[in-house]
Structure formats: C-alpha cells, structure tokens
Write a protein that binds this ligand. Sequence first.
Ligand code: NDP
Ligand code: 2IT
Length: 444
Amino acid sequence: MSYVDEVLERVIAKNPAEPEFHQAVKEVLESLRPAIEANEETYRREALLERLTEPDRQFKFRVPWVDDKGQVQVNTGYRVQFNNSIGPYKGGLRLHPSVNLGIIKFLGFEQIFKNSLTGLPIGGGKGGSDFDPKGKSDREVMAFCQSFMTELCKYIGADTDVPAGDIGTGAREIGYMFGQFKKIRGTYEGVLTGKGLSYGGSLARTEATGYGLLYLTEEMLKCNGHDIKGKTVCISGSGNVAIYAAQKAHQLGAKVVTVSDSTGWVYDPEGIDVALLKEVKEVKRARLTEYAAARQSAEYHEGRGVWSVKCDIALPCATQNELFLEDAKALVANGCIAVAEGANMPTTLDATEYLQQNKVLFAPGKAANAGGVATSALEMSQNSERLSWTFEEVDSKLQGIMVNIFHNLDDAAKRYGKEGDYVTGANIAGFEKVAEAMIAQGVC
Ligand code: NDP
Ligand code: 2IT
C-alpha cells in the first residue's frame, strides 16, 4: 500500500466520528501524492505524514456561564494546537452550535497549509465552542467570553498561540476575550488578532478575508485571460467574509447578485446594496428578510438556492460543505467560469472534482481566504513593533500577498505537471515549507 493510503487509513481508524477531519486530510494527502512519492523514503522514515496529521496537542474544557435569567449554562470549549514548525499557532475561534472536535481539527489542519502559503511565520491552530451567540444579549456574550478565556488563557500568548475570529466571533467577542486575558495574565500583548482599532487592532483586518478573496480571484482570472470587470457574481453567506467580498467585487466592477444566511437567500438583480447589508448584519444583527423588506429589487427565498442563479463567478463564503455536486452541475450548466472559496472547505470533494473536470477555475479556501490570517500576521507585526500602519499600507501588503499566493500555487501545480490544478498547487506549495521545517527541527 502507498504511504499516503496507509496514513489515510490510520487517520480514519484513529479518529472515528470526525468526518470533516477525514475529508480535509483526504483532500490534502490525495493531492500531495506526487510530492510524497518523489521523497517517499525520507518521509516514511521521518513519519512525516503521521506527525503532520496528529495535532501537537488539543484542549477541551468546560465553559460555564450565567444567562440573563440567572440560569447556569454549560458549553464546551476547544483549542487545537496543530503544528508550530514555522511559527506560533495561529487560527480563529468558531462559536457555533455545530462545533465539535472533528470540525476544529479539520479547520486546524487546513490552517497549517494556509498559513504556510501566506509566506509569513505562523503555525496552524483553531478553536471555538458550541456556544451560539445568536439571540444572546451583550451581557450573556460577555459572560460566555470571559468564562471561555478564563480557561483558554492558560494555553495562549503572543509568542505561543494567537487566536482570532471565525464564524460567530467578531470584534465584540474578541474585545471581551482580550479584556479577560489581560485581567488574568496581567500582560498587554498581541495575544489575539481582529482586535478593535483603539486597543491594538490593525486597519483592514475586518475587510481582509473578503478583499483578499477578490484580489486572488482577480489574479486567477487575469492569468487565464479573463477580466473581472462586468462579471456577475453569486456569493453565499452574509457575514464578515461575504460582506467584504461583495464590497471589493463591486469596487472591481463586478456585480454581486446573491447573499445567504442559514435560513434563506436573497437574489438582487440590481446588485447587492452593501451598505444596507452591513446595516442589517453588522449593526442590527438581523435576518436577510430585513434586507429584502428594505430593498425593492430584492427577492427573498427560504432555504438553499444561491448556486441555481446564473453567474460567471461563484464565491462560497458561509461554511463547510455548502456547495454540493448538484450545485456544481448547475453552475457549470449556467456557464460559470470560476469558483473561489471564501469559506473553509465549502465545496464537497465530488463537487470540486466535477468543477475541475469541466474546466471551471477553482481556487481552494486555503489559498483564496488566506488574506484574513495574513492580515492577522500583519497585526502581530504591528503589535510587536508597537506601531500601527495606515489602511493603504496594510491593504497594499495584502494585495501583494494574495497575488504572490496565486503565483506560488500556479507554479507548484506546473512543477508537478498539473497545470491549472490549483488544489494540488496550494497543497504542495503549503506543504513544502512545513515539511522542510519539520525535518530540519528533528523528531519533535
Ligand atoms: P460570520 O459568522 O461572520 O458569517 C457566517 C455566515 O455564514 C453567516 O451568514 C451565517 O448565517 C452563514 N452560516 C454559518 N453557518 C452556516 C450553516 N451551517 N449553514 C448555512 N449558513 C451558515 O463568519 P465569517 O464570515 O467570518 O466566516 C465564514 C467562513 O469563512 C467560515 O468558513 C470561516 O471559517 C471562513 N473564514 C473566515 C475568516 C475570517 O477572517 N473571518 C478567514 C478565513 C476563512 P447565519 O448568520 O444565519 O448563521
Ligand atoms: O480561517 C481563518 O483563516 C480564520 N478564521 C482567520 C484566522 C486568523 O488568525 O486570522
């Protein structure tokens, strides 16, 4: 049996009931085959893949807090420190009722390669909780965040592990967590990114994932003879990534006609009104029905359906496994030329294969959404030098990083005779640096 197959089998046997983790490992290892086979003897002797697929350590802890009625609630907190061979663990905190260890492990595993692709010195980690911030008062969210950080603060630090936002964790949650870290540990350090601008946050971090997604998409299109200007774009999700992806798409001359949330989706043929979307989602924290009610050109539909709308470019920006084979078929039938993942692993493996077989340009999340964590690393740099850079400075660095990522994965794909296969390119380019660092640092 090949080394890759052996390790895949071992990962599935050792980590039962973690389907998302299996899916992420399978996607990465399958596409690493050519790079692994070229060095099989060394990698086997080093047990490189066994080490890479086993987190350095994982924490699971109780998070008790008191709700507004005086009732004690109990959630489960997680932090998985996956791999720090190229820098301190870095990755977001997801707050969503679906969170479990397997989901955090898939995200942490992906983060290793994504962070490597940024070219910046950051390792891979992820955390979160099954707490649902939706419908909670600010005081309840604060109570949860303080309790969560009371435990988490034992394991993190500016040079050790630096968490950030993800689904359900935005500026409000990061603020409460930062306050509690400071109170317990007594140090003022860049232990979290995505902080508010008044206490060490970076300009352009809020926009970075969505903007970065569009910078990479624009470059991918350009290198394949297309212009983003005038293209119709379907976006799923309506959170941080989706909002700023829509904003940048419009700035680049494309038209975004859909957004969605977990209950339904909006079709707005006139183009999504980003200011209204921000008001509904960022200020009121309301449902998309409010967007549709305030905008005459918009239709609201219950359930799923974004990928049935005719578009040139599809940007899944909500969550994992939200673009299935039947959606890929609909996109191809409607003439879609590019899919770039704003979310982590939004496209199922069979849908990805179908899109690639049908010559749709496909940018995987670990490359396409790396602008968020890259800008987090820029926030860490600013915190270390106790300075803050202008919006333009950060944004232009972000743009350079995304263009560079695209060329690195394009080159890696070509080197292995897989021209245009950006999934393989991203995995190999991300893997090479981590593998080299792991081997150089000996058995640890
Ligand atoms: P937000 O919480 O800001 O927004 C998430 C959006 O996705 C909401 O519209 C939400 O709808 C929808 N959504 C979440 N879960 C589901 C679900 N199970 N089914 C359907 N819709 C769902 O999160 P972000 O925008 O920050 O994150 C979106 C994706 O991007 C995630 O995959 C995240 O890991 C990834 N990402 C985020 C980065 C960042 O910097 N924030 C960086 C890189 C990747 P509703 O409000 O109804 O729940
Ligand atoms: O998935 C991701 O890359 C993020 N949620 C951002 C992580 C970070 O540390 O900024």
